[in-house]
Design a protein around this ligand. Structure first.
Ligand code: NAP
Length: 290
């Protein structure tokens, strides 16, 4: 069994991105800039935003963190996004989700200019991805494709099963795997699938993004399958100083005995999500500098 090391792949891609940033600065005098808006102080969101800021700095990019109180209104948040749409120093805008319940995700995402939508969440980018136009691919799904390739698996002609159909992970991963370039045959499972194991036992690739520990167990896998575990779940753990530990959606112990390759949690998909965000921000700055 091979461990698919997301940190290693992320490190190598971030080296390429940093070189691209340095080149763009030297040739065109443009520094890629990413703005991250955080509303409220959800601890997981704070740590994600901190990690994104650090990654930007390491790549030589400009990062602007905008922290707003939890009681910020939808109108105020949309107005901040629109200011950033017009800001020439900023090439990528990200609103850290989830936003407080009184703000509609959709209203905020719709406000982001598609040419600065480096998360790839706006309807324009999603539509372009579906029809194969140039766009920003959503970061986690794009990172997942890179991880499968990094495992050594040739995706073409394989049967891939995706568990979960969210707009940010499951649906776009299924769409990317089914594109002509990757050419997988894709099955998309969800809570309406009566027997997920029936499909996963036939799969060469399983991507599990359900948000529930133990959704995938070793007895549900074919020998040698590649498993990408997207889940991030906090499990209470008194032996850990933080009082919890992180586990994925796959039962690592049983799955790793059957899989040919598997991502760990943490250290698998997570580092790749941030890497693809940097990738898109650099790409956005390059388009402006042309
Ligand atoms: P989500 O919006 O809650 O969607 C979960 C999906 O899984 C839903 O479509 C649900 O089906 C399906 N599902 C849940 N339990 C299932 C089961 N037992 N069998 C089959 N399908 C099941 O979650 P998400 O936003 O996609 O995120 C999924 C996980 O990935 C979470 O743990 C999240 O924290 C993690 N995540 C990690 C990263 C990263 O960078 N590492 C990025 C994004 C998300 P229904 O549609 O029928 O309800």
């Amino acid at each position: 069994m091979k461990l698919i090391d997301g940190k290693e792949l992320a490190h190598s891609l971030r080296g390429e991105i940093a070189a691209g940033v340095a080149g763009l600065k030297a040739e065109k005098g443009v520094t890629p800039g990413l703005a991250v808006i955080l509303v409220g102080d959800n601890p997981a969101s704070v740590s994600y935003v901190t990690a994104k800021k650090r990654a930007c700095a390491e790549a030589g990019m400009l990062s602007r963190e905008i922290r707003l109180p939890a009681e910020t209104t939808e109108e105020e948040l949309v107005a901040r996004v629109k200011e950033l749409n017009a800001d020439p120093e900023i090439h990528g805008i990200l609103v850290q989700l989830p936003v407080p319940k009184h703000i509609r995700d959709k209203a905020v995402i719709d406000a982001i200019a598609p040419e600065k939508d480096v998360d790839g969440f706006t309807p324009i980018n999603v539509g372009k991805m579906m029809i194969g136009d140039e766009c920003f691919l959503p970061c986690t799904p794009h990172g997942i494709i890179k991880l499968i390739e990094f495992s050594g698996m040739d995706i073409r002609g394989k049967h891939a099963v995706v568990i979960g159909r969210s707009n940010i992970v499951g649906k776009p991963v299924a769409a990317l795997l089914a594109r002509k370039e990757t050419n997988a045959t894709v099955t998309l499972c969800h809570t309406g699938t009566p027997d997920v194991g029936h499909f996963t036992r036939d799969a060469d690739i399983v991507v599990v993004a359900a948000g529930r520990p133990n959704t995938l167990t070793g007895d549900m896998l074919k020998d040698g399958a590649v498993v990408i575990d997207v889940g991030v779940n906090r499990i209470p753990d008194e032996t850990n100083p933080k009082g919890f530990r992180l586990v994925g959606d796959a039962d690592f112990e049983s799955c790793s005995k059957v899989a040919g390759a598997i991502t760990p949690v943490p250290g698998g998909v997570g580092p790749m999500t941030i890497t693809m965000l940097l990738w898109n921000t650099l790409e956005s700055a390059r388009r402006v500098a042309k």
